[in-house]
Design a protein around this ligand. Structure first.
Ligand SMILES: [Ca+2]
Ligand SMILES: [Ca+2]
Length: 151
């Protein structure tokens, strides 16, 4: 799999991010950075790119099989999610979403209505559907662990 040109060149310096975003509560910056790093940046490249979603897809293939319904659904949904995220966050169009671009998006959303972007809820809903969570809406931690364990 080909990586975008600047893949892996964006290190995250949390103090600098806080310094550069003085209009945002440092607590929020730290929180957003954690979401970025632990929920999305699956290959620890310090950017979000298609490979991060692909890691997830590969995991699903391992669990359910390449021809499974889950796999078909996951592929379609993850591709759409990645395209959505690019449109939303990748302001310089280099196929990498950096932490700066990420914070830029969340900043806008958070200040307007303190509501998560539609993209976020779509992603969460996707994970819910895929892993068949219990009806109270809480993700089964064991099922969640499968996908979020190390590749
Ligand atoms: Ca990444
Ligand atoms: Ca970018």
């Amino acid at each position: 799999m080909q990586h975008p040109k600047n893949f892996g060149t964006h290190e995250i310096h949390i103090d600098e991010l806080i310094e550069r975003n003085k209009d945002v509560d440092p607590f929020l910056i730290r929180k957003w950075e954690k979401i970025f790093t632990y929920s999305f940046d699956r290959n620890a490249s310090h950017e979000i790119e298609w490979s991060d979603f692909y890691v997830c897809l590969r995991k699903i293939r391992e669990i359910y099989g390449a021809e499974s319904k889950q796999m078909g659904y996951a592929r379609k949904t993850l591709e759409a999610l990645w395209e959505g995220l690019q449109r939303l966050a990748d302001s310089d169009g280099d196929e990498l979403v950096t932490i700066e671009e990420w914070i830029g998006v969340l900043k806008k959303v958070d200040q307007k209505k303190r509501e998560v972007p539609k993209w976020f809820s779509d992603y969460k809903q996707f994970m819910f559907k895929l892993f068949n969570v219990s009806e109270d809406g809480h993700l089964d931690i064991n099922e969640y662990g499968i996908i979020y364990s190390n590749p």
